[in-house]
Design a protein. Sequence first.
Length: 93
Amino acid sequence: MGVTIVNGALSRDHVRMLVDIAPHVSVSDIVRRAKGRSSRKIQQEFEHTRKRYWAQCFWQSGYFSTTSGNITDDVIMHYLDRHAHTDSFSPSA
């Protein structure tokens, strides 16, 4: 689809990502596909999540997105790196 995940940070309650997408690709389509595919993969890999979220939504329906026109990618990368170290968690924790 012309999408590249450049960087990201995983937190207990949300995911931050810097994503490079082609101009013709809809952000809502990317989010919908990413949530759907990641939910399926997580539930396949972790049995307890499949039982807990059976017939329910794994992810919340909303999302936030913005463009990086006013700031550089370096600033965004620093932001993500900072959150990766201060806000991160291990799925086994």
